[in-house]
Design a protein around this ligand. Structure first.
Ligand code: BGC
Length: 745
């Protein structure tokens, strides 16, 4: 049967049998994708095509200006909407899908949602997960997020956020993988694979959306949405790699960023959206704007009005406009005036139809809406268990003096101080929109469930940060075998639009720890936060400190498992923790300067009123056991096509407990044509070692390990000496020199 006829039959089936025509449509949709799409495009009016480029938000869960005033149902029925966000639950999704099927061509909708760290089951915030350096586990976590979301009707998540950031003032650091481009790239890849699974058509996979393209993590002064200004070399070497890695991992969609890049807003930045993304990287998927950002081109003062905004964004290569309506209202006019070519609209619409086809929505628009699957999947034991394992691996042990941790089984009564330990809302974390908070296990719950006697005190007021119950807290401490103090931020203090000018933990929280320490009881301070904070008094007075971030549904269980040594902490910091505000932004891979930092030396890169040393460096994290690193050695390669050489290092567990260590590999290009960082992470492996066991870890040395982008974005590998550093943190390494015999430009 000719394709045109089949399309006609498909349309007929949609009209005649409404939602039950899957069988007939299958016959058609299983045919050649490209012919199906081009014939469908032929039947579409210009208005219908423009409708596909418009994305509407449901009523509620806004992440920007609301849409309460819009006649959403009418829009959908008239084919003025191609994709929707913030429609939650099978019932609602069915409702809007059935309206879309009433439109003239019955083109189904795609439903998208920000599933950032869990759909119904909460997972650790992405920054916490990155601290695990456990790529397989992060892939599994993303898989679980997709499993739950897809089982409940969602097709698309606006994740992963892969923006690198050196600035903890920026509240969205909680949503990324931290400061390092290498770690960020590996995490981006793992998350895309986890979300998208084997292929898009699976009912347990979702489309990933790499965001925010590009440079969103570098706003000036750490203020969200602020301007970004950086050189091309800086962008290419430090900010670009995770976006590229995610695209190469097959991400179906990319979201443009709110900020400007080289003085052009990303929403209308042709260099980013077309030249780099499509022409250089070969990206074939959909580019969506951020919330309302096309209209915001007017605020950027690069567009005179909505029509101008539509023209600029579309011409730059932006396919879908999220929420604002510049395309819907003005693209037609722009085509009629010859300012936008209809064939370019066809290409953008074609990309959207292609994803609908790949998701199987033409075959069955309701295939993601299966209540039985949803009930089976959501909160299932696999997902809860993965959330627990992910949470345990995300915890970072920052200090452990006098063997305060792990607690022995003799610790049966604890004083639990601080309301964060009892708050389901906060333990869920900053972007837990659809997470079922009633199923979050808090630390308080977990302690009780384990039969521990808990003497709870609020200790300090979470809003003002002031001490609220000093005497009662001290009394609780006196009566307990150990004290657990929950410090940090409320979940709503990090995330989008939550930039801070002050990262210091409130004085009251710190003073409280100082007072509690005077009781002489074993004290453990838990930092529950979405970003690096400054807590020097806690560092001074608390013998043990764990950074537990916000860990999601199994937070309490994971923390208890760490406290009592059932899980030996293995997390490493994915961001540098500053010692004071003046050091921010702070990161480990600063560049070599003409006057390098040297302690007590004048006229060098430093401060007169502060050390340049962070409180905790990137890659730092302790264990309940100890590891000894052997001397790294360079081994020649028998297969130069695969690797120029190998670096080999021996590592031993010298303590009395089994444990995991993240073996890190850093490199310094000793002399280069452009200024290069003092060190850059170029490899890591997480190894499990039984007590007393030793293993050899090998890293390949490849072009990727040695090279960099020059200011014209050409990838270059230079001949000469490279210093390789290996160890358990960016500040604790051993060196070996490698000589690279040839250049490659
Ligand atoms: C955020 C995006 C998010 C979008 C939709 C925006 O405010 O920047 O990350 O995906 O809203 O919720």
């Amino acid at each position: 049967m000719k394709i045109k006829k089949k399309i006609a039959l498909w349309l007929l089936c949609c009209c005649a049998f409404g939602q039950t025509a899957a069988q007939d449509r299958e016959d058609i949709s299983l045919n050649d994708k490209q012919s199906f799409i081009s014939h469908l495009l032929e039947q579409m009016t210009l208005d219908e095509k423009i409708g596909q480029l418009h994305q509407c938000s449901g009523r509620g869960n806004f992440t920007g200006p609301d849409t309460l005033h819009l006649p959403l149902e009418e829009y959908v029925r008239q084919g003025k909407v191609g994709t929707m966000l913030n429609i939650i639950g099978i019932k609602e999704i069915r409702k809007y899908q059935s309206l879309a099927l009433q439109s003239r061509l019955h083109i189904p909708l795609i439903f998208g949602l920000d599933i950032i760290h869990g759909y119904r089951t909460g997972f650790p915030i992405p920054l916490a997960e990155a601290a695990s350096f456990d790529l397989a586990m992060m892939e599994e976590a993303a898989r679980c997020n997709a499993l739950e979301g897809a089982a409940d009707g969602q097709n698309w998540t606006f994740a992963p956020m892969v923006d690198i950031s050196w600035d903890a003032r920026w509240g969205r650091v909680m949503e990324g993988a931290g400061e390092d481009p290498y770690l960020g790239s590996k995490v981006a890849e793992a998350r895309v694979k986890g979300l998208q699974g084997e292929q898009l058509g699976d009912t347990c996979s979702m489309m990933a959306c790499v965001k925010h393209f590009a440079g969103y993590g570098a706003p000036m002064s750490g203020k969200d949405y602020n301007s970004v200004d950086m050189s091309m070399g800086q962008f290419a070497n430090f900010y670009m790699p995770p976006y590229q890695a995610a695209v190469e991992a097959g991400a179906a969609t990319v979201m443009s960023a709110f900020n400007d890049f080289q003085s052009i807003p990303c929403t209308s930045n042709r260099f980013l959206l077309t030249e780099l993304l499509r022409e250089r990287w070969g990206f074939k998927g959909i580019v969506v704007s951020d919330y309302n950002s096309v209209e915001e081109l007017i605020n950027h003062r690069v567009a005179e009005n909505r029509k101008d905004a539509a023209a600029q964004a579309f011409q730059a290569g932006l396919d879908i406009e999220m929420v604002s309506q510049c395309y819907l209202r003005h693209l037609k006019e722009l085509v009629q005036e010859g300012k936008v070519k209809e064939e370019v609209i066809d290409q953008a619409v074609g990309r959207i139809l292609e994803k609908k086809y790949e998701l199987g929505l033409f075959h069955d628009p309701y295939r993601f809406c299966n209540e039985a699957r949803s009930n089976r999947t959501i909160n299932s034991s696999r997902i809860r268990n993965s959330s627990l394992r992910m949470a345990e691996r995300s915890v970072v042990l920052l200090k452990n003096e006098r063997q305060t941790l792990p607690f022995s089984d003799m610790i049966r009564t604890v004083a639990l101080i601080g309301s964060l330990g009892k708050s389901q809302f906060d333990m869920a974390g900053a972007w837990a929109g659809s997470v079922d908070r009633s199923k979050i296990v808090t630390l308080y719950d977990a302690l009780i469930q384990r039969g521990i006697k808990v003497i709870y005190q609020e200790g300090y007021d979470i809003r003002s940060g002031k001490i609220s119950s000093l005497n009662a807290s001290l009394q609780a401490a006196q009566q307990a075998d150990a004290v657990i103090v929950c410090l940090g931020e409320r979940a709503e203090q990090s995330g989008e639009s939550k930039s801070k000018a002050n990262l210091n933990l409130p004085e009251g929280q710190q003073l409280l720890v100082e007072e509690l320490a005077k009781t002489g009881k074993p004290i453990v301070s838990l930092l529950m936060c979405g970003r690096p904070l400054i807590f020097n008094e806690v560092r001074r007075h608390s013998p043990a400190i764990l950074c537990t971030w916000w860990l999601g549904s199994e937070a309490g269980n994971a923390i208890c498992n760490v406290l009592w040594g059932k899980y030996n902490p293995s997390g490493k910091l994915p961001m540098t923790f500053p010692a004071n505000m003046g050091q921010v932004p702070i990161f480990y891979q600063y560049k070599s300067t003409g006057r390098p930092t040297r302690p007590h030396v004048h006229y060098c890169t430093s401060y007169i009123d502060s050390s340049t040393e962070p409180a905790y460096p990137f890659g730092f994290g302790l264990s309940f056991t100890s590891f000894r690193y052997g001397k790294p050695e360079i081994i020649p390669s028998d297969h130069p096509d695969h690797a120029h050489a190998f670096l080999r290092i021996n590592i031993s567990n010298t303590g009395s407990r089994d444990g995991e260590e993240v073996v890190q590999l850093y490199v310094q290009d000793k002399v280069a044509r452009i200024t290069r960082p003092v060190k850059e992470l170029k490899g890591f492996q997480k190894v499990f070692l039984k007590a007393g066991e030793s293993k050899t870890v090998t890293f390949p040395i490849t072009d990727e390990t040695l090279g960099y982008y020059d200011n014209d974005m050409h990838f270059t590998v230079e001949k000469g000496e490279f210093i390789f550093m290996t160890g358990g943190s960016s500040h604790d390494t051993q060196e070996v020199t490698y000589f690279h015999p040839f250049s490659k430009i």
